[in-house]
Design a protein around this ligand. Sequence first.
Ligand code: NAD
Ligand code: UPG
Length: 283
Amino acid sequence: MSNVDVTVVDINPEHGTSTNAALQYKDPQDVPGRKRKANLHFSTNINKAIEEADLIFVCVNTPTKANGIGKDAAADLAFVETAARNIAYVAKEDKIVVEKPTVPCRTAQSIREILSANANPGVRFDVLSNPEFLAEGTAVRDLLTPDRVIIGSETTPEGIRAATSLVEVYSLWIPRERIITMNLWSSELSKLAANALLAERISSVNALSAIYEVTGADVNVVSHAYGLDSRIGPHMLKAGPGFGGRYGLTRLFFFNSWLTTAPGSYFQKDIFNIVYLSESLHL
Ligand SMILES: NC(=O)c1ccc[n+]([C@@H]2O[C@H](COP(=O)([O-])OP(=O)(O)OC[C@H]3O[C@@H](n4cnc5c(N)ncnc54)[C@H](O)[C@@H]3O)[C@@H](O)[C@H]2O)c1
Ligand SMILES: O=c1ccn([C@@H]2O[C@H](COP(=O)(O)OP(=O)(O)O[C@H]3O[C@H](CO)[C@@H](O)[C@H](O)[C@H]3O)[C@@H](O)[C@H]2O)c(=O)[nH]1
């Protein structure tokens, strides 16, 4: 990545960038065998970073809405919208804006509308979707060797050119065949859909574990046995208290407030998100 300069900025100086995150990445224990390179910077000067960047990754939080329409279910996009407005006000040259948070389908379109409505004269924005699939317990490994990187763009020549720029960045450390391009909405949905399928899987394992308890079968032995089936695979097969029940996905979808996940996990919020999307579409 020596030919790419990365500046991490955050609105909240206490929240990571200039202090905690910098220290984290300096610590060789967090990133084994690695040291923070000279091309990685941390700052709270957001406007300067916007002015200087060619590609801007918006990585802000998207919590579950606490009020209003979609309370306790939909994603709150206020932070995404504020970040987009700020980019539009500050940028004096064309930029590629990369939507990184987990968001409902068609959020990229809203970002594009906010950028265009607030843009300085003559400035053009391309918006890409690039959802993050890392799990917190394996964050660095997932960053370095992801199963796949998804990049969604508009299918116009400009959109494809913007996607190519981001592909080039990821290609610096990820094999090209693991970088998949598609349209914006497919990309946004690929994130929520993956979480829905993973949740359904754990939910099913939990449902099966209820049978094991009654019959005396060993849940670990049985899950190892079916995890060896190449169509199933070994991951996300541990029974756990967070997911529920014998009704599997149906229960998960229709009684979603019952779903809980481990502290710190965004899984629950993402499942609420897709449940809300599905209900909004009257499906
Ligand atoms: N953490 C994960 O494991 C994970 C995995 C996959 C996807 N995601 C998604 O990524 C997104 C971010 O997650 P996170 O864990 O990094 O959240 P986080 O809350 O830890 O960090 C978000 C940061 O954005 C900052 N911020 C908010 N508005 C800003 C603005 N206008 N300008 C600059 N900075 C601003 C906040 O101060 C905060 O430090 C969420 O949508 C989440 O669902 C997270
Ligand atoms: O076999 C398993 C695996 C996980 N869990 C539970 O499932 C939840 C999610 O766990 P995990 O996937 O390990 O961690 P997260 O950091 O929540 O990551 C999930 O959520 C992220 C945010 O959307 C996605 O980016 C990741 O791909 C997705 O794995 C937690 O409550 C776990 O306790 C189980 O019960 N059994």
